[in-house]
Design a protein around this ligand. Structure first.
Ligand SMILES: [Zn+2]
Length: 145
């Protein structure tokens, strides 16, 4: 199927939905969890920020804060992932992360993304880690504009 992702605009060549790009990256993460998998949390965050409907409005806000903190201290992705998991553990959180029909994240104006999940997948596993870093950096830059 051709066409583009209605949310982020990624070309869907040979795919039915954008989520398949994320699934490919997640597969890489889990095949090499102590290697490229260290970047997993950042991959999911970048993907979700380009698909804000996945979040509740508060979840989206939280994700933006989380990515901003990452970029200020990019040395330890694993620690960030752990901290976010603890912070977001459902027993201490009284709001939903996941978007619903009534409450989902959205941007005031549709962002013009410079890099997409499809670009990262196209770069292949060899460039995966550096591309995810570039991707997340570009997501943050666009959101801060
Ligand atoms: Zn998409």
């Amino acid at each position: 199927m051709n066409g583009h992702c209605p949310e982020c605009g990624a070309p869907l060549e040979g795919k039915t939905e954008c989520r398949e790009y994320l699934n490919e990256m997640i597969k890489w993460d889990f095949e090499d969890f102590t290697g490229v998998g260290k970047i997993h949390h950042l991959t999911v965050l970048s993907y979700n920020l380009q698909h804000p409907n996945l979040y509740s409005s508060k979840g989206l806000q939280n994700a933006i804060e989380s990515l901003t903190e990452y970029m200020q201290n990019p040395m330890d992705y694993t620690a960030h992932g752990t901290r976010d998991r603890e912070k977001l553990a459902s027993d201490i959180r009284d709001w939903k992360i996941t978007g619903t029909a009534e409450d989902h994240g959205a941007y005031a104006t549709k962002p013009e993304w410079k890099m997409l999940a499809s670009d990262v997948v196209a770069g292949g596993l060899v460039h995966y880690v550096e591309n995810v870093k570039k991707w997340s950096q570009s997501v943050l830059e666009v959101l801060q504009e």
